[in-house]
Design a protein around this ligand. Structure first.
Ligand code: M6R
Length: 366
């Protein structure tokens, strides 16, 4: 049951530290500080054969895939394409025996994702399923399965399934890089140390919930909310925007901040709420420039950044700090305030948070 929480969604948001911990357990060897995946039969020869990776999924799982692309490319240098399953299945993707296909699905029953899995296998690809449900169709049919250990997710809006999917993709990235002999021991240790800290860091962030609630209530009457970010922050922006639409019914859009000038800026007016993610060091200054652009048009900006970026104060109306981490892992932490913003906005509007209109938890028909 809800364990004293008002809604399953809030309970599931708070379960994230434990869920992440459980997904890591047994997959990081403490002595050797290496990633282990006994469930994957990936020989070095096989991993070295792959010259292309597809990540195929729907909705939130697709957004997890966008993070996966970034990480897998960074760590393995194999090109990765991420596609929405309903698109992928109806075109002729270029797939052969040298292609790895990763299907991501909480339920393991999403019709389009399952169809994409079957099509990929038919064309000769190896398929890994990342799913939360043991015995689901995807778990049964994929060549290899990584189980996210999120525990049952009841709320339609996915939260802990997303963070555990993202974590699984991180671990898979390090694992593939190990197999390819492409990661130094030093870098691997740095990454894993940082990853091991993330459950505790989420717990820490969840203590600042009051400020987020106040912010959420302040945007409940907005006509439209914008989420901006670059790189990994853009992927998280897409997830934050989907979450808000799904349960608050407020129109929202996520944009790659560099795209503003190419059209979106026209939509910003006096008072438009903008949530700007600025966790990535290499593009921090670029983000600040984008924040200044929207503020010059009257936007009210909430900046989400890592502790230490104190100067953001000068450029935004509100600040939300996430604990400092390796840039690669910032999504695990920055998505949490966005989940809470959508939760509290939905609550303030009196919506059915756990069962939003028109949506089902599992989409088993196309
Ligand atoms: O069970 P799946 O992960 O395959 O579901 C995919 C989407 O239907 C799902 O993530 C959906 O987008 C969520 N309701 C978003 O919160």
């Amino acid at each position: 049951e809800k364990n004293g929480y008002d809604h399953f969604m809030l309970k599931e948001i708070f379960e994230q530290p434990t869920a992440l911990q459980n997904t890591m357990t047994g997959r990081i060897d403490q002595d050797s500080q290496m990633v282990e995946f006994p469930e994957l039969d990936w020989s070095e020869a096989k991993v070295n054969e792959w010259n292309k990776i597809y990540i195929v999924a729907c909705g939130t799982a697709y957004h997890a895939g966008l993070i996966g692309k970034h990480v897998l490319e960074e760590l393995t240098r194999i090109p990765v394409a991420v596609e929405v399953a309903s698109e992928f299945r109806y075109r002729r993707p270029i797939i052969d025996e040298q292609t790895l296909v990763i299907t991501v699905s909480q339920s393991g029953e999403t019709a389009d994702t399952l169809a994409a899995l079957r099509q990929s296998q038919k064309m000769g690809a190896e398929v890994v399923g990342i799913t939360n449900v043991v015995g689901s169709s995807i778990a049964r049919e994929a060549d290899n399965v990584i189980l996210t250990m999120a525990g049952p997710e009841i709320a339609v809006a996915s939260t802990k399934a997303y963070t555990t999917q993202v974590l699984s993709l991180y671990l898979m990235g390090v694992y593939a890089a190990q197999k390819k002999g492409q990661i130094t021991e030093e870098y691997r240790k740095e990454l894993l140390e940082s990853l091991l800290k993330t459950p505790g860091q989420i717990e820490e962030s969840l203590e600042h919930i009051k400020g987020i609630r106040w912010y959420a209530e302040s945007i409940k009457d907005a006509q439209s909310v914008f989420f901006l970010g670059r790189g990994l922050d853009h992927a998280v922006a897409l997830e934050g925007s989907l979450k808000l639409k799904e349960i608050s019914y407020i129109h929202s859009e996520a944009y790659a901040a560099g795209e503003l000038k190419h059209g979106t800026l026209a939509l910003i007016e006096e008072g438009t709420p903008v949530i700007a993610l600025a966790t990535q060091n290499e593009v921090y200054d670029k983000m600040i420039a984008n924040i200044e652009e929207v503020r010059a048009r009257g936007a009210k900006v909430m900046g989400v950044t890592t502790e230490g970026n104190m100067d953001i104060y000068h450029y935004v109306d509100e600040t939300c700090y996430i604990p400092a981490t390796n840039n690669l892992f910032a999504p695990l932490l920055s998505v949490v305030p966005l989940q809470l913003i959508s939760y509290y906005t939905s609550l303030a509007l009196g919506n059915d948070v756990d069962k939003p209109r028109n949506l089902a938890k599992s989409v088993t028909v196309e």
